[in-house]
Design a protein around this ligand. Sequence first.
Ligand code: AMP
Ligand code: MG
Length: 526
Amino acid sequence: MSDITFIFDNQFTTTFSGDEVSDNYPRQVMSAYSFVEPTATKMPQLIATSARVAEQLGLTEEQVNSAEFLTLFSGNRLLEGMKPFAMCYGGHQFGHWAGQLGDGRAINLTEVRTQSHGHKTLQLKGAGPTPYSRTADGLAVLRSSIREFLCSEAMFHLGIATTRALSLSLTGDSVIRDMFYDGHAKAEPGAVVCRVSSSFIRFGSFQLPASRQDLALLTQLVDYVIARDFPHLGAPSPGVYLAWFTEVCDRTCSLVVDWMRVGFVHGVMNTDNMSIIGETIDYGPYGWIDNFDLNWTPNTTDAQGKRYRFGAQGEMAQWNLFQLANAIFPLIDDAEPLQKALNDFAKNYQQQWQQMMAAKLGIELSGELADEAELSLFVEVEDILMSVETDMTIFYRRLADLPDDESLWLTHLNPCFYDEAEMSTSYQETLHNWLERYSKLRDRGNRSRQSISESMNATNPKYVLRNYLAQQAIELAEKQDYSLLHQLQQVLAKPYDEQPEFENFAGKRPAWAKDKAGCSMLSCSS
Ligand code: AMP
Ligand code: MG
C-alpha cells in the first residue's frame, strides 16, 4: 500500500508516440521521448527538501519525511501509474549546432495535476543513464546537485521564473569526475535532485525535429506546448504560432532582465538550456556577481570566448530566439513577422533594462523610456562599478540609505569596495559627481526618502547565493554536515529582508575565495 498519491496527468507520453526501442543504450531517437527507468541506488539519504514545493504538489510534511518519499525521489521505486521517460531534444552549444542531445541524465517520473498549481512534471536529475546519455554516465555529483537545489530555491524567492527543486538526496554511490578536465579524476558522492516544472521543453526540443525536416513532429510539439502552457493563445494557426513566438520572446526578455537585476550569470545559455516557458533552467556552472563585472563568466569552459558573460546575456538570449525562429519558420512560412518579433525583443530588452535600472536606483522615469540624463546615469553607474572592484549587491543596498550629508557618502559606501588602494582621487571625484546628479534625479517628485528606499530594497536583494557560500555549503556537506546548506536555504527564502541574524551571509566575498575553484570558476563537469 502506498501513502503518497498523485493525480497523474501524463499528457506528454500519451500525446506523442515514443521511441520504439525499449532497451537503454545510447542512440539517435526519431521520436519525442524514450521510456526509461531510473537506476536503483545503493543507500539513498534525503538531505534537503522544499516545503513549499511539497505543498504545491499536495504532499504533507509527514509524507515528505516518510521512507516512501525517499525511495520514490531517489529513483528506487515507482508508483503505479508512473511511466518514466527521457525527452529527446537537440541544441546549439556555444554557438555550434550539436545535433541530438536529450535528457542524458534527467528522467521524468511523471506529470501530475495539482490542486491549485496546474500541471507539474516531476523529474529526477542524476538518476542514471538514458538513451541520450551519449558517452556519459547519467549521474550527478553532490556539489552540482546542491548548487541546483539551492539556486532554484534562491531564484524562486527572488521572484524570478525558475524550475523548482522538491528534494535533494544522496545516492550512496560514488561518481567519478575530473572536475577541471585536467587528468585529476576522483570519486565524489552521487546525488539526485527532483526537479519540478510545468514544462521541461526547451528551444532545442523544436530545433531537433526541424533539423530533421520532421514537420509533423515539429507541428505537433508546437501545438502541444501552446495547448498545454499557452492555452490563452487559442487554437493553432500561423497567427497563433506567431503570437506564441512573441510571447516566448517576451518571457525570455523579462527573465534575462531579472538575471541582470540580481547579478545572476547562467553560464551555459545553450539553446538546450533555454526553457520554452521562460524559466531559468539547468543550473550548471552559473555564478553570482560579487564585484560588478559585465565581462565575467563563471564557466571555465567559456573562459576564452566568454560567450555567456554577464553583460552578453541579453544578446545571447536574442541569438537563441533567432535559432528558435529558424526552427519554427516552416509553420509560419513568413520571415518578416518573425524578424520583427526578434527586433522587438531588442527594443523591449532596452526598455525593460532601463526600467529595471530605474527601479534599482529608486528613480521614477520621466517617460516610458529614459531621457538623456537618466540614461547617462544608468550607463555611467556601470562604468563606475566596473572601474574599481565594487560589490554589486552591497552597493545597491547601501545606496538605498545614502546619507543626505555629502561628506559622508564615501564612508557610507566603503563596505562595497574590494580594494581601497584602487580608489584614486579622480575615481572618488567621478563617483561623487555621479552621486550628486543621482540624488537630484532620485529626489524629483514627492515620494518620501523612506518609500524610495523601501522600493529599492524590494528590487535589490540583500542576500544572493554568493559563489563562495555555495562552495562552503558543499564542502561541509561532503563531510556529512548539512547545517550550512539548510541555513542558506532559510536565508535565501527572504532575500530582500534585512535578517540581521544572517548578516554574515551578506558580506563581500572573502579574499581567499577570489580565485578558488568553485568560488570564482566552475566547469561543466557535474
Ligand atoms: P548541459 O549543457 O549540462 O545541460 O548538458 C548538455 C547535454 O549533456 C544534455 O543533453 C545533458 O543531458 C547531457 N549531460 C550532461 N551531463 C551528463 C551526464 N553526467 N550523463 C549523461 N548526460 C549528461
Ligand atoms: Mg542542459
